[in-house]
Design a protein around this ligand. Structure first.
Ligand SMILES: NC(=O)c1ccc[n+]([C@@H]2O[C@H](COP(=O)([O-])OP(=O)(O)OC[C@H]3O[C@@H](n4cnc5c(N)ncnc54)[C@H](OP(=O)(O)O)[C@@H]3O)[C@@H](O)[C@H]2O)c1
Length: 305
């Protein structure tokens, strides 16, 4: 990994907040928890931002809401943003809002490539750079394993040219887990991105998460709330008192802390378009994470609801 000027600024900003943050470890409540990227010396904050609902086009009212969410995310120390060309106009909207807020150099930007064919992939990646208004992307990921055979070498080539800092693959579908496992065994990747949630999506911890740890791959956890429907189920239930032992004061923090306390998880990227959701979720990066015994208790409790 090459250290560019933008990256150096970011490491310096991040370095002043950096904290090794492991399972059960105690972080000061004032400091945002961070975990390391195994293929590098860099640490990233453990709560990032998913943007599959940022494709609002020119709707100014919705853009104002997203600007507020993004500004709050930045103010609270968030850096990791995950987007994709598949999320309608999300890259475009993000590119505009990031420029308006003047926060480009502070962010860790991740996007994806999702088309067939080497030439088409190069054009697609260039379009993401243009829409996001970046000349270096932190993490380029192959979306849902679409033509990964061409995408991995294409992304690696851009990495060697210094346009992309890290390379990864993503999925959120159990039907792709076996294929993902095969790719992870046969290719060196900096990151994988996979769904992992207390909300009925725990299967990735059987093979993929342990394999990522063995292979030295960072893990971004997508859909930590199982897409969000879980909040309806939890709406009528009380958060157990023992959740306060690891600082979970809301259901979102309860779920995020579960995902983040898996030893292989590097950061979670909950989708959030509202300021109050950002404030709630960023709080999950503070204080300590559940121990293995507390994780078991979380599972038993959740499954009994
Ligand atoms: N294959 C892939 O690469 C792949 C697949 C799926 C997802 N992803 C990535 O992962 C990200 C997360 O997935 P997701 O957005 O589908 O699902 P999610 O993070 O599990 O859930 C998002 C939903 O939860 C709501 N929410 C967020 N914080 C909340 C809180 N504190 N309290 C109550 N509700 C809250 C959001 O509402 P608001 O929007 O109203 O704030 C949104 O409706 C995506 O945005 C995307 O970047 C990648």
């Amino acid at each position: 990994m090459k250290i560019s000027r933008r990256h150096f600024t970011k490491l310096t900003i991040g370095g002043s907040l950096a904290l090794a943050f492991g399972q059960g470890a105690r972080a000061s409540d004032d400091v945002l928890g961070q975990k390391g990227i195994p293929s590098s010396v860099e640490k990233i904050p453990i709560v990032g931002l998913g943007t599959n609902r940022y494709g609002v086009g020119d709707n100014q009212e919705q853009r104002a809401m997203l600007r507020e969410a993004l500004a709050t995310f930045h103010k609270l120390g968030g850096t990791v943003i995950d987007t994709a060309p598949m999320y309608r106009s999300s890259e475009q909207v993000l590119g505009d809002l990031i420029e308006e807020l003047g926060i480009r150099d502070a962010l860790f930007m991740a996007t994806k490539v999702d088309v067939n064919g080497r030439q088409e992939q190069a054009a697609r990646m260039q379009r993401s750079f243009d829409r996001l208004k970046y000349d270096e992307i932190d993490l380029m990921q192959n979306h849902n394993l679409i033509d990964w055979q061409n995408a991995i070498p294409a992304m690696r080539e851009w990495q060697e040219e210094g346009r992309v800092r890290y390379v990864g693959i993503t999925s959120s579908r159990e039907s792709q887990y076996e294929e993902m496992e095969r790719i992870m065994k046969n290719h060196d990747l900096d990151f994988i991105q996979i769904n992992y949630s207390l909300a009925d999506q725990r299967r990735s911890d059987q093979r993929l998460l342990p394999l990522a740890a063995d292979r030295g791959m960072a893990v971004l956890v997508n859909r930590p709330f199982g897409g969000g429907r879980v909040f309806r189920k939890l709406g009528g239930a009380e958060i157990p008192e023992w959740a306060q032992d690891f600082g979970a004061e809301s259901w979102a923090q309860f779920l995020l802390k579960y995902a983040l306390s898996h030893p292989a998880a590097t950061a979670a990227i909950p989708g959030m378009t509202k300021k109050h959701h950002v404030e709630d979720n960023m709080q999950a990066a503070r204080g300590r994470l559940p121990t293995p015994a507390e994780r078991k208790r979380q599972e038993t409790f959740f499954d009994s609801l």
